[in-house]
Write a protein that binds this ligand. Sequence first.
Ligand SMILES: [Zn+2]
Length: 184
Amino acid sequence: MKRPRVFEKFRDVQAELERSGRAIFRDAKGVESLVIRYPYSITYIHSYAEDSPFFLGLAEGRLMGSRCTKKGCRFVYATPRGHCMVCGGATQWLEMPKVGRVHSWTTCHYGSEAFLKETPYNLALIEFDGAGSLLLVRLKQATEQEIYVGMPVEARFDPEPTFSVTDVWFVPSPSGNAQRPVPP
Ligand SMILES: [Zn+2]
């Protein structure tokens, strides 16, 4: 078999790996390293355990948060949480509203495998009336320039759920467009 081609820049190695699956990287000291590329996949068996109602809820178009059961606390979390971070009390499930507001956001120009097809995409922290914590979720149908703090948004659910975090995302709430604050 032919000896793999030699490159001194790693980006050239990467390009060659795309082409032929093998390359030799020669570093500044002249050391040559054989680099190969091969497919690699894993099938996870993963239990959601106590978080299961959250994912089962998404599949039914419901967003489940949790509320502290302790009297005098009753803190509401916009995410699954087995115990209260404020007082340590047990929590119970609570259906969250499907509408909220953008608390903060970022636009991701790189993502994990599940998100590569939709990159760049927006990740937003959503705040809800009556909840003391935020939900980190994708925000679709809005460009980076269109999003603002306080933007009204509403949940969308995948009609073909895969029981993963990608089963839910938010979009701008059509009724809320006029509420954009005027810059000072
Ligand atoms: Zn509590």
